[in-house]
Design a protein around this ligand. Structure first.
Ligand code: GLA
Length: 384
């Protein structure tokens, strides 16, 4: 009789516990996302001014970019309920972007995005040596690559930011003075367009990309394993255990690399597959079906909790799909103090293939004096 009387008490306790749990998740989902305080980015480094710039379109989508490393700090997209969701990982202040071991959040990468085996290559019979900063290889343009440089910035209007940088002859071991221009444009169809351009005065290699980590459920809102991803690629570049391509291209069919139809990122990531082991997850270059002068569809990703979708278009022949395997939650805290554990963000780095300077069978990354390097990538957002 007594226990019978207690039943309603247990029931109401259980209901309120469930309600507060739900409220906990709701708080996460309805977190108020804002662009970090600009004052935290205002400084002078090596005589150059650093700021945080904001682009805004007619749909109230906002993108914040700092000219330190040309980094995308925030992308605020409207979710289903019309409230802004920040879909990129990043930091509240410039000081954290400058810390050692920071994982290239939002950065422009150059002069050569991705790896060059043992940091060595030759051009016209002359050998060059780059700093080794990733095991036995050179990664992302070296320790003082473009991600760690202050770019000259000019905000042309509310939706356009022009960045330029001169990488001098010999910088990080690369030949030739390279003049680089990158234009970020936020369009009214909710796309962030990145136009890259470069010229040189000596033959060099160039492979520019952007290293933004996306979480379409909102940064700080769990991992990305439930996101779905489509990659417009029939082939990918298998790698050795130092993440250098073997030089062969492999078909994706029948492998965990088949994303030709939308697939959950986490569905096959832990499978018994040599390539997934070498990459510690996905960290591979996918060979895009279509390459041209005009940007073609490379990828479609969707956040399972928000329904926010991102379409990626590019003129590049490849895209590095990196599932955030090296994030470990132990590095510096992100925006609002959140912690970014393993796979809490993913990158789609449009690019030429890794180690192309040592793989004559891959599309060339050489740029000669008189030629112009040009590349365009578009990240377009919508909410279902
Ligand atoms: C790229 C690489 C990864 C890793 C990250 C940065 O995506 O392919 O292996 O180095 O950059 O942590």
């Amino acid at each position: 009789m007594r226990s019978f009387l207690l039943l309603p008490v247990f029931l109401s306790l259980w209901i309120s516990a469930k309600a507060s749990l739900a409220a906990g998740t709701d708080t996460l989902k309805t977190k108020t996302y804002m662009i970090p305080d600009k004052a935290n980015f205002d400084t002078t480094l090596n005589g150059k001014a650093v700021h945080l710039f904001t682009l805004e379109n007619k749909k109230h989508m906002q993108v914040a970019i700092t000219n330190y490393g040309g980094r995308v700090v925030s992308i605020l997209v409207s979710g289903k309920d019309g409230k802004p969701v920040d879909v990129v990982l990043g930091y509240d202040k410039l000081a954290t972007y400058r810390k050692k071991g920071e994982p290239y959040f939002g950065a422009l990468i150059g002069r050569y995005g991705n790896r060059i085996a043992k940091g060595k290559f030759t051009i016209d019979g002359k050998g060059y040596n780059l700093a080794i900063n990733n095991g036995v290889n050179a990664l992302h343009g070296g320790p003082a690559g473009f991600h760690a440089q202050v770019w000259d910035a000019r905000q042309v209007n509310k939706t356009t930011l022009q960045l330029s940088y001169r990488s001098v002859d010999g910088e990080e071991g690369y030949p030739g003075n390279l003049d680089v221009k990158v234009t970020y444009t936020l369009t009214d169809d909710n796309a962030l367009r990145i136009d890259y351009q470069a010229t040189t005065d000596k033959t060099t290699v160039v492979n520019l990309t952007n290293h933004t980590y996306f979480n379409l459920n909102g940064e700080g809102n769990g991992n990305i394993l439930g996101h779905t991803l489509m990659l417009n690629a029939d082939k990918f570049a298998p790698v050795d255990n130092t993440l250098i391509p073997t030089g062969q291209l492999a078909g994706v069919s029948g492998t965990p690399f088949d994303f030709r139809k939308s697939f959950r990122i986490g569905a096959r990531i832990k499978g018994d597959d040599e390539q997934l082991k070498n990459g510690k997850g996905y960290d591979h270059n996918f060979i895009l079906r279509k390459t041209g002068k005009k940007p073609e569809l490379a990828a479609v990703a969707e956040g399972d909790k928000t329904g926010i979708t991102m379409n990626v278009y590019t003129t590049e022949p490849g895209v590095q799909f990196y599932s955030g395997n090296f994030l470990n939650g132990r590095a510096y805290n992100g925006k609002g103090g959140v912690n970014y554990p393993i796979r809490s963000g993913f990158c789609l780095e449009t690019q030429h293939f890794p180690d192309s300077p040592n793989k004559p069978q891959f599309p060339s990354t050489e740029l000669k004096p008189g030629g112009t390097y040009k590349s365009t990538t578009i990240y377009q957002f919508s909410a279902k």
